[in-house]
Design a binder for this molecule. Structure first.
Ligand code: TTP
Ligand code: MG
Ligand code: MG
Length: 413
């Protein structure tokens, strides 16, 4: 299922000083990892859901039982689905109960993040062994700068795809273009297991007919705003004057929209980027009441802090900015954040700092006493082990995480 766009076979490779940037994205990633464990489900609609209440399948020879969507009862959402499930209309982000109406017999599996993280590091290592300049863009995707590799695009990308498959048993789709923006659009054009090469000259024919939302960075809200202005396709946007866009969207976004639609993107492939934050959140199976469900809320809150501490420990980070997020029964969202005097990494400290944030939330109305979602976030991350050159200290100081304090937090619930 490989296609080359236009007649540009290797134009991107040979047009110097044009860069040759690839975007590689794994196909139906979480679902495909699950199929490695349950190959008997291949070809069937399979949905991976994030809810903790989805039972793991009982695959003992006697039972051999998988849960079906139609038997699900709860608030979980689809994390991802196989292409067979997508053909029935089931996509990431949809409620599982709603999806059950579209694909009642689809198999429902609980997410196993450890397995996905493992496959993620293996595919990234495989790519790096062939093309070392990669930018990590998340669990299932990377940018690769192929500019300085002296090999024609198709054989090179073919080798990369084979290496990914050998390391993981999984397929991916790759877009190759003169910049990241176009490469990202292209990797989605021939999924699954595709290769799409695009040169600048192909932009009018292949990019302009697409909806503006295909540009990474144009979300649903901006796409709607554009639509209200009569701008539906990327081509419409490309032909809208820069002045008009700047007037409507401000100098930064206006100029960016204009450039993006014209395929202009100078961003380099950044080989390492410190994560800005880590967060954990949970949507409760039923709304929890601040007073009546105090014990359960407390337990869930402590568990989130515990998991965040494990995330920080795994990555070797400490945090100075702790925040909480609450969604209430009426769907209103509230966030609070606090800057801590020194970096922290232990669960008890995160709990104490996040507890301070919770104290600043007014639980006054009836709706605000029932909580639907609770989240905790650690931002302003810094290396918890290495020395950190803090500007105000003037000298090199070791940013040791604060000592943990066993003191109990007075939580509002
Ligand atoms: P995507 O690459 O967006 O989707 P995908 O790999 O499942 O499918 P595609 O073949 O179209 O690329 O996301 C990668 C993984 O991230 C996905 O398998 C599950 C997870 N994910 C979420 O947890 N929530 C989401 O809203 C989305 C879109 C993905
Ligand atoms: Mg993917
Ligand atoms: Mg992806």
């Amino acid at each position: 299922m490989e296609s080359i766009i236009g007649n540009s076979t290797d134009a991107a490779a040979h047009a110097t000083p044009c860069r040759r940037i690839a975007h590689l994205d794994m196909d139906a990633f979480f679902a495909s990892v699950e199929l490695l464990s349950y190959p008997e489900l291949r070809g069937q609609p399979v949905v991976v859901g994030g809810a903790k209440t989805i039972p793991p399948p009982d695959v003992t020879p006697a039972a051999h039982a998988f849960a079906r969507l139609k038997n699900y009862n709860g608030r979980g959402v689809v994390t991802t689905s196989t292409y067979e499930a997508r053909a029935l209309g089931v996509f990431s982000g949809m409620g599982l109960m709603h999806s059950a109406r579209l694909a009642p017999d689809a198999i429902l599996l609980p997410a196993r993040f450890d397995a996905y993280r493992d496959a993620s590091s293996r595919f990234k290592a495989a790519v790096t062994s062939i093309a070392p300049v990669i930018e990590d863009r998340g669990i299932d995707e990377i940018y690769i700068d192929l500019t300085n590799i002296p090999e024609a695009t198709l054989p090179l990308v073919g080798r990369i795809k084979t290496a990914v498959f050998d390391a993981t048993g999984l397929t991916c789709s790759v877009g190759i273009a003169p910049n990241k923006l176009l490469a990202k659009i292209c990797s989605d054009m021939d999924k699954p297991n595709g290769i799409t090469v695009l040169a600048a000259a192909d932009i009018p024919a292949r990019i302009w007919p697409l909806a503006t939302s295909k540009i990474n960075g144009i979300g649903a809200k901006t796409a709607e705003r554009l639509q209200r202005l009569g701008i539906v396709s990327i081509g419409d946007l490309a032909h809208t004057s820069e002045d008009f866009l700047i007037r409507r969207f401000g100098p930064h976004t206006g100029l960016w929209l204009h450039n993006a639609a014209n395929g202009i993107d100078e961003r380099p492939v950044v080989t390492w980027r410190a994560p800005k934050s880590v967060s954990r959140e949970t949507t409760f199976e039923r709304d929890l009441h601040v007073r009546h469900d105090r014990a359960e809320l407390s337990r869930q809150f402590a568990a989130l802090c515990e998991r965040l501490a494990q995330d920080l420990a795994r990555k070797g980070y400490a945090s100075r900015s702790i925040g909480v997020k609450l969604r209430f029964a009426d769907f209103r969202l509230l966030t609070r954040e606090i800057t801590w005097p020194c970096p922290i990494a232990q669960a008890a400290d995160i709990r104490r700092a996040a507890g301070q944030c919770l104290k600043r939330i007014p639980f006054d109305t009836a709706a605000q006493q029932r909580i639907r979602l609770l989240g905790v976030r650690c931002g302003a991350l810094m290396d918890g082990n290495r020395p950190d050159n803090t500007p105000d200290a003037g000298t090199l100081t070791l940013q040791k995480p604060c000592m943990t304090t066993p003191r109990q937090v007075e939580l509002p619930f």
